[in-house]
Design a binder for this molecule. Sequence first.
Ligand code: NAP
Length: 272
Amino acid sequence: MKYETIGDIKVPKIGFGTWRIGGGSSADNSVDSKSLAALRSALEMGYTLFDTAEMYADGHAEELLGKAMQESRLARSSLFVTSKVEASHLQYDQVLRACEASLRRLGSEYLDLYLIHWPSAGMKLADTFRALNELVQNGKVRHLGVSNFDLKLLGQARQVSQSALLTDQVPYGLADRDYVKNGVLEYCRNNNILLTAYSPLEIGKLSSNKKLLSVARAHRTTPHQVALAWLASQPRVITIPMSFDPKHQSENLEAADLVLTAEELNELKGIS
Ligand SMILES: NC(=O)c1ccc[n+]([C@@H]2O[C@H](COP(=O)([O-])OP(=O)(O)OC[C@H]3O[C@@H](n4cnc5c(N)ncnc54)[C@H](OP(=O)(O)O)[C@@H]3O)[C@@H](O)[C@H]2O)c1
């Protein structure tokens, strides 16, 4: 596995997403066994970064991730767990309550990373960050970040946060370059912030793109692995694909170590 390092913080280039674990926007117990199986296999095959949110399956994704982590008997310190406070909980006391509830569901004393999931129209960032920074001071949260923040909001968040922001989690992949075009990726690079690429495998029609298929063939891999390797090759970019399928999970993990040539990277730059 390759890592991104910022100071003494080391974050894997490829982690595991948990959207659809335990349901969609509400809990669905009929997918519990499938969800636990996916989490168990991800933990067994060596994923150490897990991305979840209070909003996923209305907290049930966190419950199942907590159960799978406890069962694995892996040391908590060997894992890196991210969760997110939802856009309707951004007032000071709501943030503190939301974090406590996430920790309880995860069965953990701390989060490695806590993000504002989405900006909301009426949010008061100074108020939200007062709570977030308090959580850092109390040891409940190691690092802070944001998600779906554009350049302007990211700058505002940095101004009101006492702790450095570790990431902006945004959609990014071969088929979605919006956060390159809007300047967020460059800003992250210039300010030692990780860009966490979500939905990296939403490549749609690109999975049959000739250039992508030819790069995949040259490495005896799949277009999806190339899509992840392309992200992992970029400085300050990490990504969090999700899969229920153990074969896909292991392909995705291995993609971090797939080295694409400068020529291939250049070819892929032009497709979207
Ligand atoms: N911050 C936010 O607002 C936000 C928004 C969206 C997502 N996220 C996070 O980002 C994570 C990933 O995004 P996502 O779940 O939307 O999409 P994704 O990981 O890009 O794609 C998931 C889809 O790709 C398939 N897949 C996975 N690996 C594959 C492979 N090797 N070959 C072929 N197909 C493969 C999966 O099917 P199988 O299960 O069949 O493999 C699934 O249908 C989420 O789980 C969540 O943690 C955050």
